[in-house]
Structure formats: C-alpha cells, structure tokens
Design a protein around this ligand. Sequence first.
Ligand SMILES: C[S@@+](CC[C@H](N)C(=O)[O-])C[C@H]1O[C@@H](n2cnc3c(N)ncnc32)[C@H](O)[C@@H]1O
Length: 212
Amino acid sequence: MICYEYINEYIRNTIKKSEGILKELEEFAKENHVPIVHPEVAKLLQVLGILKKPKRILELGTAIGYSSILLSQILDTDGKIDTIERYELMVERAKDNIKKAKLEDVINIITGDALEVLKCLNKQYDIVFLDAAKGQYPEFLPECLRLLSPTGLLISDNILYKGMIASDDLVVRRKKTIVKRLRFYLDTLCNSEDLETSIIPIGDGVALSYKK
Ligand SMILES: C[S@@+](CC[C@H](N)C(=O)[O-])C[C@H]1O[C@@H](n2cnc3c(N)ncnc32)[C@H](O)[C@@H]1O
C-alpha cells in the first residue's frame, strides 16, 4: 500500500463492483494470488481509454487476461489488443478466459518473453500498457517507445513498488536491484525530451507518459 489506508479504502468504495467475467477473474486472482491491476488503476485505464479511444493497444504481461478484457471495453470500433505473456500456464488460462468473454477476435495473445517478442513487432500502438517483470522495465523501454505512435500513451504499472522507490528505508535487501532499475526507468521517463510523464500514487504507482 503506497497511500494512506483510509484514502485507499475511500477511493475503492467509490468504484462500482465489477460484474460478469471481470468479477469472476477478480475472485480467481484473489484466491490464487495472481497479481492483477488494482481497482483504482483499472478505473484510471477506463477513463484514459475513453479519452484516447485507442485503435491498437499493446500489453506486456497478460497473466489471466484480466486487464486485456478490461482494456477491450475502451477500444475504438474494430480496435485490437496484442498482449505478451511468457508463462505457459497463464497463457492457457488467459486463452480460456478470452474465449469465455468471446473476445478471441479482439485480443491476440503472443506467447514468449516480451524482450524477444517486442523486437519482432512492427505495428504502431496508441496505448502501451507495461505490466511485466519490473526489473526489466529499462530494457523494455526503447522497444515500447519505438512501437508507441506519436501522441500515444505509455502506461507503466507498479512504478512506486510498495513505496520502495521513494524511500530507502522501505527497501528490502532482495529487492535492491529491482528498485535500482525502476528508479533508473522513472528517471529516464521523466528526463526524456520525447515524453511528458506524470507519476500517479494510486494502486502501486502508475506512470503516464505521453509521446510528443
Ligand atoms: C502483474 S502480472 C500481469 C497482470 C495483468 N496485466 C492484469 O492486470 O490482469 C505480470 C505478468 O507478466 C508476465 N511477465 C513477466 N515478465 C515477462 C516477460 N519478460 N515477458 C512476458 N511476460 C512476462 C508474468 O508471467 C505475469 O503473468
């Protein structure tokens, strides 16, 4: 938790409960300890999507397909999502869930390590949602920026990493390398001439970077 518990609770209580497949996946994720976007981040994605009306979205880190299904709701007409996942078990689960949601024609899962897969992609995306291994964010960045269209939005999740990014006192030893890499990543985003970045302290921290 990176903000006061009571503020978080207040914000969460403002959010309408999910229904249908999203509700099912939230319950599955909770029971099986699968990390999915926090409700307040899900809400932010929905609002940004309504503003942006994306035709193409690229996601790094599919897990069980929860955020892909959520993002499919904000696509423009005939919009498509490519989502990358390297863990076979998750790929299978995501495929089942996407089929259940009748979104096979909208969401394309690409199996493999995002670092390798990104190099093979050549489309332009209106939104890139980065939610894979946090320690790899700096390596993903050049490829994500190459694939992001001008005026596109790069959304990076878990950017404050349980508050460790902002305070050395919170850093546990086994997370030192990830923290170092995430700090470097944020520095790069915030100092890039090509981006305008805002860091938002909701969920586990989200960075919104607009490509000029
Ligand atoms: C936080 S979960 C994604 C949650 C999902 N975006 C959601 O909100 O429903 C991160 C996922 O990224 C995958 N992942 C991590 N590093 C990856 C990489 N280098 N390439 C592909 N997938 C990766 C993990 O296997 C995991 O399933």
